[in-house]
Design a binder for this molecule. Structure first.
Ligand code: NAD
Length: 501
């Protein structure tokens, strides 16, 4: 629909000011549920914008690192209050730019609120250790130290939550930030940064540079003055980021793809398991790193599960996420829709049984967006590509299994290791699954999604490189340990030598 109102151009935020792009270019951010709606224009930044943001963050670091952590935390508390006040407005804007339903975008903003309060609390902790020295009249302790400018590169599926997971721990620990949000969802990052400025974050401490991966993300990931890079996104790009950081030994945290599984055992509460598989598989249109894109079902309950699961999938209401009746929104963009459609063909080609869906939705208003029908493949073998590769859309592959041991083997038999879940009433099986599933997160009698901010978040194998987000583990990533020895004996004491008989 044509509009006579000039679109708003959102600028970069560099050194405490909303800044014009150096190259002068801007790009369109459109609503994936209705591509006729322009959400806003954003800056297509390049290396010189990144340089300016990194310079500002480098300068600001000199003073920010010396601000007492409880004072830094006060700014975060104020930011959390502002987020709370504007939750509804930010959630609606997020649905417009990202497409997920309003209940879920409210959850995304809430996650940012929770993380901001949690990390503000860390301002009065940031605990180190004190411990006895092995020598007399000597004191030993360890303290956390900040590191410097942190580059952050984020995906579009949690447009406010994920930037908050990275920024809040980095800031409370005394680092400064340059954030490069996903090109599809910069508005939610803009809101987060706006709130931090209103809360009093000093000039240069937080910088926002929008743009695409190769032109804005890449120069940030290899910038010589950026010692820390925190990335969430695809495994393919994560590998590029890791390689970009290697020559300078940057601290690089990578949170990447997933192929998560729900295991439904023969004694499972089927109603609960089906509800979980619907929410896990089709929440956020399957575009969650923790989405349950595989469901392994015990053969003895397989026919019953399939019948009822497919009925529920067929009943899902797809459309614009701002409508409260809608349960599933669009794919994020045309490319993602095409990826989903290509995997549907791959699944058919390798003999998976199409049980429902499998097509783009284009009737009526849906034709204006990137909608795909919720899709279920049955009778999948664990090695099919649709059961191995991350599709990142509304496609669930159901795999029949004959035993608990087989379920664990299937679950672990993928390149990723983010989240896994088991539905069973057998406590022995539940504990064995908690021990044997090689993932960063395991749920029992709940779907693969639902992370809480005070617990570590991340995955094994090609999902991550050993770090964890959220909780105290995020503080671990954004600080370095410094060990302090204070000798008050007035003599030369030699550890390992002077205390030996
Ligand atoms: P993506 O990898 O395409 O993009 C992520 C970010 O990287 C974007 O900001 C993008 O601009 C930037 N980027 C792209 N190329 C780059 C380059 N060469 N150098 C530097 N930066 C570059 O991922 P996406 O499509 O935005 O997000 C979907 C992916 O993210 C899925 O694989 C999903 O599983 C993953 N994800 C993982 C987690 C987790 O915590 N494990 C959470 C959410 C999403």
């Amino acid at each position: 629909m044509a509009t006579s109102v000039a679109p708003r151009v959102y600028k970069n935020f560099i050194n405490g000011e909303w800044a014009e792009p150096r190259g002068g270019e801007a790009y369109e951010n459109r609503n994936p549920a209705n591509t006729e709606e322009l959400v806003g224009m954003f800056v297509s930044s390049g290396p010189s914008d990144i340089d300016a943001a990194v310079d500002a963050a480098t300068e600001a670091y000199k003073t920010w690192r010396l601000v007492p952590a409880p004072k830094r935390a006060e700014i975060l508390y104020r930011a959390a209050e502002l987020l709370l006040q504007r939750k509804e407005e930010f959630s609606k804007d997020m649905t417009r730019e990202m497409g997920k339903v309003l209940a879920e975008t409210r959850g995304d903003v809430q996650e940012a609120i929770d993380m901001t309060y949690y990390m503000a609390g860390e301002g009065r902790r940031l605990f180190g250790q004190t411990t006895p020295s092995e020598l007399p009249n000597k004191f030993a302790m360890s303290v956390r130290q900040s590191i410097g400018v942190c580059g952050m590169i984020t995906p579009w599926n949690f447009p406010m939550a994920i930037p908050s997971w990275k920024m809040m721990p980095a800031l409370v620990a005394g680092n400064t930030v340059v954030l490069k949000p996903a090109e599809d969802t910069p508005l939610s990052s803009y809101h987060l940064v706006q709130v931090l400025t209103e809360a009093g974050i000093p000039r240069g401490v937080v910088n926002l540079v929008s743009g695409d991966g190769p032109n804005a993300g890449a120069p940030l990931s290899k910038h010589k003055k950026v010692p820390v890079v925190s990335f969430t996104g695809s495994t393919a790009v994560g590998r590029i980021i890791a390689e970009a950081g290697a020559p300078d030994f940057k601290h690089v945290s990578l949170e990447m793809g997933g192929k998560n599984i729900i295991i439904v055992m023969d004694d499972a509460n089927l109603d609960l398991a089906i509800d979980g598989a619907i929410w896990g598989g089709f929440g956020t249109t399957g575009q969650r790193c923790t989405a349950a894109s595989r469901v392994a079902v015990h053969k003895s309950v397989y026919p019953e599960f399939i019948k009822r699961f497919v009925e529920c999938v067929k009943a899902l209401k797809v459309g614009d996420g701002l409508d409260p009746k809608i349960e599933m929104g669009p794919c994020i963009n045309e490319q993602q829709l095409k990826t989903v459609m290509s995997y549907v063909e791959i699944g058919k080609g390798e003999g998976a049984k199409m049980l429902t869906g499998g097509n783009r939705l284009e009737t009526g208003a849906l034709a204006k967006g990137w909608f795909h029908a919720p899709t279920v493949f049955g009778d999948c073998s664990p090695k099919m590509r649709v059961a191995q590769e991350e599709i990142f859309g509304p496609v669930v592959s159901v795999i029949p299994i004959g035993s608990f041991e087989e379920a664990i083997e299937v679950a672990n038999g993928v390149p990723y290791g983010l989240s896994a879940s088991i539905y069973t009433k057998n406590v022995n099986q539940a504990f064995a699954a908690m021990r044997d599933l090689y993932t960063g997160i395991v749920y029992v009698n709940a779907p693969t999604i639902g992370a809480e901010t005070h617990l570590p978040f991340g995955g094994t194998k090609q999902t991550g490189n050993g770090h964890r987000e959220a909780a105290i583990s995020a503080i671990d990533f954004f600080t370095e340990w410094k060990t302090l020895y204070i000798d008050y004996s007035d003599t030369l004491q030699r550890a390992q030598i002077d205390n030996a008989d």
